[in-house]
Design a protein around this ligand. Structure first.
Ligand SMILES: O=C(O)CCC(=O)C(=O)O
Length: 320
């Protein structure tokens, strides 16, 4: 896809040149990775898996530069939190250069091999966390994703509903670097022991571990796994991008990119994921019966999977 030059969207408002650039001859699309039996078993058992080395060195440099640029701009605009961190929602709207991460061929196939083709990104964020100041107030960060899904759906265990990909742009291969923390296997547990209020000091849940991964690795997790961000006590600024995927019949929280040049540079599957299949947010084809899955042939991810013989008839979410 064609994306704006390094630097996120505010910098190129109104410039449509990138949508008409003469593209270099397209390299053949890499074959999608298949979830191995071992990966599926580990994902079902532990609620997460690590995907090592998803990003090439060139991709790491490109995505890091885009995030650094956004961070520098947010700093100039006074949008950085007091502790120096940046937690920006709607990752692609905020930084269109991240669009290819959302459909990365070494990671995104995990999503459709789990949820099927009728999916979109409902929630995403890019995060920059420098070393924490020494006196940071305590906050119990442990949660399952899904917000009110955890109150309003009565089953035990809760249904999966969504999965998330976390792409790591900084090295969190040692604990203490702002690692993602999880309780392996806790996705099938509706409750964990926690404090009466989030600012009351409380130990990590039993079995909690920091996920230690290298820059360029991704973590694929079930939204139900009890997880938390941890503080970064290292000198390495922690940088990561998270995409949460769910069924198109669940509302999106994210804002879609609104700039025509950005939309024009997206692939059809990316447009599906961002809820702009109709060319703009809240278009009819992104809701109603379309989101319900009644028109599979008009859903780009379905078309792609069909064309490539990837619609496993034995897996219900892939059946039209
Ligand atoms: O930033 C992290 O390590 C955790 C992110 C998180 O809690 C989430 O994506 O729901």
């Amino acid at each position: 896809m064609l994306v704006p030059p390094i630097g996120c969207h505010d910098e190129f408002k109104g410039d449509t040149s990138m949508s008409t650039d003469v593209a270099a001859p397209a390299a053949p699309a890499p074959a999608p990775v298949r979830m191995t039996a071992e990966q599926r078993e580990a994902f079902e058992r532990d609620g997460y898996i690590v995907l090592p080395g998803v990003l090439s060195q060139a991709e790491l440099i490109r995505y890091t530069a885009a995030i650094d640029h956004l961070y520098a701009r947010a700093t100039r605009l006074g949008e950085i939190a007091r502790d120096g961190s940046l937690h920006r929602l709607s990752a692609v709207a905020a930084c269109p250069e991240l669009a290819d991460l959302m459909t990365h061929p070494a990671a995104f196939p995990m999503v459709w091999q789990t949820l099927g083709w009728n999916v979109h990104v409902y929630h995403s964020h890019l995060d920059v966390h420098p070393t924490v100041p020494s006196a940071k107030p305590f906050r119990f960060e442990w949660h399952q994703d899904g917000g009110r899904q955890n109150r309003e759906i009565e089953s035990n265990p809760r249904p999966r509903m969504s999965v998330k990909l976390a792409f790591w742009l900084s090295d969190v291969s040692e604990p203490g670097r702002g690692n993602f923390k999880v309780v392996p296997g806790s996705h099938l547990t509706n409750r964990i022991d926690g404090p009466p209020r989030r600012d009351v000091e409380w130990p990590d849940p039993e079995g909690a571990i920091p996920v230690t991964v290298n820059a360029g690795d991704a973590v694929f997790f079930d939204r139900r796994i009890w997880h938390a961000r941890s503080d970064n006590h290292s000198p390495i600024t922690r940088k990561a991008v998270f995409f949460g995927y769910t069924y198109r019949w669940v509302a999106r929280r994210d804002e879609a990119p609104a700039i025509p040049a950005v939309l024009a540079g997206l692939t059809p599957v990316q447009r599906q994921l961002l809820g702009v299949l109709g060319g703009r947010a809240n278009h009819a084809v992104d809701g109603g019966d379309h989101a319900w899955g009644h028109f599979p042939d008009e859903v780009p991810l379905y078309g792609y999977l069909k064309e490539n013989g990837l619609l496993d008839p034995g897996f219900p979410p892939l059946i039209p």
